[in-house]
Design a protein around this ligand. Sequence first.
Ligand code: ADP
Ligand code: MG
Length: 230
Amino acid sequence: MTTPVIELSGVSRRFEAGPAALDDVSLTVHPGESVAILGPSGSGKSTLLNLVAGLDRPSTGTVTVDGVRVDRLGEAGSARYRRAKIGMVFQFFNLLDDLTVTDNVTLPAELCGTERTRARHRAAELLEALGIAQHAQAYPGRLSGGERQRVAVARALMNRPPLLLADEPTGALDSASGEEVKALFNDLRDDGQTIVTVTHDLTLARACATRTVRIVDGRIAADLPMEATR
Ligand code: ADP
Ligand code: MG
């Protein structure tokens, strides 16, 4: 038995007003699984991702990632946890426009105290692997959406995280750029990267997921291997 990368047990998250954003969710994700989280807008998908990332705390229940009790971490601990364990990719890239592509990608390593030469070597390798080496010294504002998202993925992979999280990574892209990002997530899955992707885009799920979890009204409504997903 391998240790799960993610273990949510009885997780609920209630905000001040309205029904629970997440209601008694339990979910286990094993190494090498690529899970697409599907569901209507407002169903709790981002809430779930934020809890796994340690950006939010559950009202009840436990969140364990790669052996770390994420729900118990304080602010400093949770920042350290994210640097060590998590790579994150967002809909709108969240790159720093005043830094070059290389400096964006090496930032997580520098925050961990990785030696600069080593970090730059790793960044060069990642940019090469992602087909954007020619943009290493460019600023993100000069790149297409697909190229920017590849930079964001390189940054997310910088510290070799056991878990990659993505929230609508194709949501802001034109269809050609969306295809590039789908192909990239497909490769990452084939490399054995454990991934959780929140998406409305069923074609992204088909391209990259081994399993789909459908959330409706804060609860898991279906949890299926990819082949069984309609
Ligand atoms: P999804 O990502 O599936 O669209 P969310 O997880 O963002 O859904 O939201 C789930 C529910 O929780 C929604 O009803 C939303 O309004 C509510 N919610 C999310 N974040 C907050 C917050 N910070 N404060 C209050 N309500 C929130
Ligand atoms: Mg969302």
